[in-house]
Design a protein around this ligand. Structure first.
Ligand SMILES: Cc1ncc(COP(=O)(O)O)c(C=O)c1O
Length: 432
């Protein structure tokens, strides 16, 4: 019998029609920044916190937790349970819903450990595609999840790959550089009953535009009336305002209104654990127990999803966050660390605003001057710069930002904010 041919061209051929995928825009921007020899270059693209020296920040409380783990000889490297580390999963729901949450006390909250916020979004979408009653018997095209226009770039890709169809709802108004509230409310009113809406719990990415509490109440009233489902993505709890409870307000209000919902959590930003990939998906069931719609049934299906996807979640990040959430002193220290980060960002907003308004007297892109720089919340600011001005910022100013005008406030610090403001001024006046 002839030996099988080992021709390399035959091997390559089985993938010959694989198309080139475009590079991820944000990571391509970072590559451009890294290759740039200009000494005053600034990276305002990537959504990761930097300290006042432009360096990654290991939270002191995380450093402490790591030392405790390193000295604990009782820890082994066995698989975690499929649902995650119990010390973590029993505590993470309390952080977002509140320790006194009736939903938790009634045993209606189901929390599963996920691969950070991305993994939580992934399971949330898959769970709805499989089990959301109004989707039963529908094709993928009919399983719609409404997403804010704009939203985090990965939302649409994740939801499509999990069997849902993302469709935009109006959210951001470029004319005011603020919330398009009337259009958003109209859309909620006219959408079919029991529609699924993605909501950013706080610190909307990419716009930094969050509804006020009064606006959330208006939004929630329509959810309640129409029976809509709220798919909350909470990637910045604490990081937005510096206060964990404040940033959970919208989620807790929706729960208090008995609106059906789930919440995705990420500890990437608020604990600086970007690489550890620690997060959670929380479902709120209508009742505890094993009966129809009960928490135990929902949990059993989440375990199936996890088993099929990653078998068992990773241990290290869960141990760190589990320790912080369960130890009163460490929890207090974490709150202080969060304030350090959030307040540095807020200080940079104020500084940039002051430079544009008072030092450079830069013409503003919207009707409300540069107020949006201080009013927007969280990691990002939607500056209002047009694509041409953004291009000039990158190509002539060496200030790396995305073409939609978004900047990461975390990339600003005392050493570069004046240079960035000067570039903004020149880009807007067309002199850069
Ligand atoms: C709105 C939003 N959701 C989810 C994520 C996912 O983050 P991670 O998977 O790193 O936790 C991000 C990260 O930038 C985000 O901005």
């Amino acid at each position: 019998m002839a030996a099988p041919s080992s021709s390399s061209s035959a091997a390559a051929d089985v993938f010959h029609s694989t198309p080139f995928a475009p590079p991820d825009a944000i990571f391509a921007l970072t590559a451009g920044y890294q290759a740039d020899p200009f000494d005053k270059k600034v990276n305002l693209g990537v959504g990761a916190y930097r300290d006042n020296n432009g360096k990654p920040f290991v939270l002191p409380v995380v450093r402490k937790a790591k030392q405790i783990l390193a000295n604990d000889d009782s820890l082994d490297h066995e698989y975690l349970p499929i649902g995650g580390l119990p010390a973590f999963t029993n505590a993470t729901g309390k952080l977002i819903f509140g320790a006194d949450s009736p939903a938790i006390k009634e045993g209606r909250v189901v929390s599963i450990q996920t691969i950070s916020g991305t993994g939580a979004n992934h399971y949330g979408a898959e769970f709805l595609a499989r089990f959301y009653e109004p989707f039963k018997g529908k094709s993928q095209a009919e399983k719609v999840i409404y997403v804010s226009n704009p939203t985090w770039a990965n939302h649409k890709a994740i939801f499509s790959s999990c069997g849902l169809t993302p469709v935009d709802y109006p959210y951001y108004d470029p004319a005011t550089i603020g919330l398009a509230l009337p259009k958003f409310l109209d859309f909620l009113r006219t959408a079919p009953a029991q529609s699924v809406f993605l909501l950013h719990a706080c610190a909307h990415n990419p716009t930094g535009v969050d509804p006020t509490r009064e606006q959330w109440e208006e939004i929630a009233a329509i959810f309640k009336e129409k029976g809509h489902f709220a798919f909350f993505d909470c990637a910045y709890q604490g990081f937005a305002s510096g206060d964990l409870d404040n940033d959970a307000w919208a989620v807790r209000y929706f729960v208090s209104q008995s609106i059906p919902l789930l919440v995705c959590q990420s500890y990437a930003k608020n604990a600086g654990l970007y690489g550890e990939r620690i997060g959670a998906l929380n479902l709120v069931a209508s009742h505890a127990g094993e009966g129809e719609g009960g928490a135990a049934r929902l949990r059993s299906q989440l375990l199936v999803l996890q088993r099929q996807e990653i078998s068992n979640p990773p241990t290290f990040g869960a141990r760190i966050v589990g320790m912080i959430l369960n130890d009163d002193d460490m929890f207090e220290q974490w709150k202080g660390d969060i304030k350090t980060m959030a307040h540095r960002i807020i200080a940079m907003r104020e500084k940039l605003h002051d430079l544009l308004v008072n030092t450079y007297k830069t013409p503003a892109p919207g009707p409300n001057g540069w107020d949006h720089v201080v009013k927007q919340i969280g990691m990002f600011t939607f500056t209002g710069l047009n694509p041409e001005q953004c291009k000039a910022m990158v190509e002539r100013g060496h200030v790396y930002m995305t073409g939609n005008g978004r900047i990461s406030m975390a990339g600003l610090n005392e050493s570069n904010v004046e240079y960035v403001a000067e570039c903004f001024d020149k880009a807007i006046r067309g002199t850069l």
